[in-house]
Design a protein around this ligand. Structure first.
Ligand code: TXA
Ligand code: MG
Length: 353
C-alpha cells in the first residue's frame, strides 16, 4: 500500500474497513481528500447514491469498475459543480446543452457530448462521448468543489442490483469494497437521471425525472425516446446507451409486471397466490390482496413511485419473495422512467390482462 493511503483509510486482507459517516464539514473534507488520493467514495445525490472517483484519473476510475463489478464497456457519468468545470471535459458545450444546463442544473439531467482528452479513457468506455451532469445535492456539490475535480460516479450498487437510495443500501453492496460512504439520508428523486444525447438527433437514452416533454419545451425541437427504453434490444441492434443492454435493478425474486385494472389484478393474484408470492402494488391497494405485499406510492403519483421503487425491490428480497407480481406505472411523464426500471427488474416479463 502507498504511504499516503495510511493517513486516511485502512485496508486489510478482507478489504476496506468501510466507514459510514453522516454529512458534516469534517466528513466532506475527508471524502474530498480520499478522492484526491485516487480512492472511491460513495456520495449522496438527489437521484441515487453514486460511487465516485476522480474522472481525470484512469486508475481511480478503474477502482469504480472493480468495486461495482461493472462491465468495462458501460460508460460512467461525470459530475461537475460548475459550468467552467464542465468546459474542460467536452470539445464544445454548444447552445443546446447551455440552454438545458441553465434550465435543469443542478438537477437530474445527464447530457451526452463529445469528450475532450482530459476525461479518463475508461470513463467513456471506448466511446468518444461523455455524459455529464450537475447533481442537485448540497453534499455532492460541496465534495466536488472541495476536491476540485470532476467525479465519475455510477450508481453505488453492485452491477445488476437495484440502485441505492439510502446509505444502508450502499453498505449492503459495498461493505469491504470502498473506504467511505457518506450518509445524506434518503434520496429525494429515487431513480437515476435522464440521459440525453444531442447528436445526431435529440434523444432520451434513459428516461428520468426530467421528461421528454420538459426537454422539448426548452429546446423547441422534437425529442425522441430510444426504443430500448421500453423494449428489449433485438439481436444485433446498435446500442445507443450501453447501460440499456444489461439486466438491471433486478432483485432475487422473479418479477412480472401485470398491466390491468386493479380489479383484474386482484383476481389475477387470487388465482396465482402461493408460497413466496408477493404483490408490488400502489399505496392503499395492499389490504385488498390475498398475498403479502409492498406498496410503492400512489397510482396517480409517479414521483412517489420513483422515490419508493428501488427500496421496495430491496425489501422484497429481504422478505424472501420468490415471485412478485407488480402493478404497472403509467408510461406518461415520470411514469415512463418508473416503467423503464420496473421492466428491467422484471427482465421484460409483462402480462396484459
Ligand atoms: O442519477 C444518476 O445518473 C446516477 C447518479 C449517481 O448521478 N448515476 C448513474 O450512473 O445512474 P450509472 O453508471 O448507473 O448509469 C449511467 C448510464 C448508463 O446507462 C450508461 O450506459 C449511460 O448512462 N451513459 C454514460 N455515458 C454515456 C455516453 N457517453 N453515451 C451514452 N450513454 C452513456
Ligand atoms: Mg446504475
Amino acid at each position: 500500500m502507498k504511504q499516503q493511503d495510511k493517513s486516511t483509510m485502512e485496508m486489510s486482507q478482507d478489504g476496506y474497513d468501510t466507514k459510514v459517516l453522516p454529512v458534516t464539514p469534517e466528513s466532506i473534507k475527508l471524502a474530498a481528500k480520499l478522492l484526491q488520493e485516487g480512492h472511491v467514495v460513495a456520495i449522496p445525490t438527489e437521484t441515487v447514491y453514486g460511487l465516485a472517483a476522480n474522472a481525470l484519473d484512469e486508475k481511480a476510475v478503474e477502482r469504480i469498475f472493480s468495486a461495482k463489478g461493472r462491465p468495462q464497456d458501460n460508460p460512467l457519468i461525470v459530475h461537475v459543480a460548475s459550468l467552467p468545470m464542465m468546459k474542460n471535459l467536452v470539445v464544445d458545450i454548444g447552445t443546446e446543452a447551455q440552454k438545458l444546463a441553465a434550465e435543469f442544473w443542478p438537477g437530474p439531467l445527464t447530457i451526452v457530448l463529445s469528450a475532450s482528452d482530459m476525461v479518463a479513457k475508461n470513463v467513456c468506455a471506448g466511446l468518444d462521448t461523455v455524459g455529464i451532469r450537475m447533481p442537485n445535492h448540497p453534499a455532492a456539490l460541496a465534495i466536488i468543489e472541495q476536491a476540485g475535480i470532476p467525479l465519475a460516479a455510477p450508481s453505488a450498487n453492485l452491477s445488476g442490483s437495484p440502485s441505492p437510495t439510502t446509505a444502508q443500501h450502499v453498505y449492503q453492496d459495498m461493505k469491504g469494497r470502498i473506504p467511505l460512504i457518506l450518509d445524506g439520508g434518503m434520496c429525494d428523486v429515487g431513480i437515476e437521471s435522464t440521459v440525453l444525447s444531442l447528436f445526431p438527433v435529440v434523444k432520451v437514452l434513459r428516461p428520468g425525472y426530467v421528461t421528454p416533454q420538459e426537454i422539448e419545451s426548452v429546446l423547441h425541437c422534437p425529442v425522441q425516446v430510444a426504443g430500448a427504453v421500453t423494449a428489449p434490444l433485438a439481436e444485433g441492434q446498435k446500442v445507443e446507451s450501453p447501460g440499456m443492454k444489461y439486466r438491471h435493478y433486478a432483485p432475487q425474486a422473479e418479477v412480472t409486471i401485470v398491466r390491468s385494472s386493479l380489479e383484474s389484478y386482484i383476481s389475477f393474484i387470487d388465482k396465482n397466490k402461493g408460497d413466496g408470492v408477493y404483490a408490488l402494488c400502489f399505496t392503499g391497494e395492499g389490504a385488498q390482496l390475498p398475498v403479502p405485499y409492498i406498496e410503492y406510492g400512489e397510482e396517480q403519483k409517479a414521483s412517489e413511485q420513483a422515490a419508493a421503487l428501488f427500496n421496495a425491490l430491496r425489501l422484497l428480497d429481504d422478505k424472501g419473495a420468490v415471485t412478485v407480481y407488480a402493478r404497472s406505472s403509467s408510461l406518461q411523464g415520470i411514469g415512463l422512467a418508473v416503467y423503464n426500471r420496473l421492466l428491467r427488474a422484471a427482465g421484460f416479463r409483462v402480462i396484459d390482462i
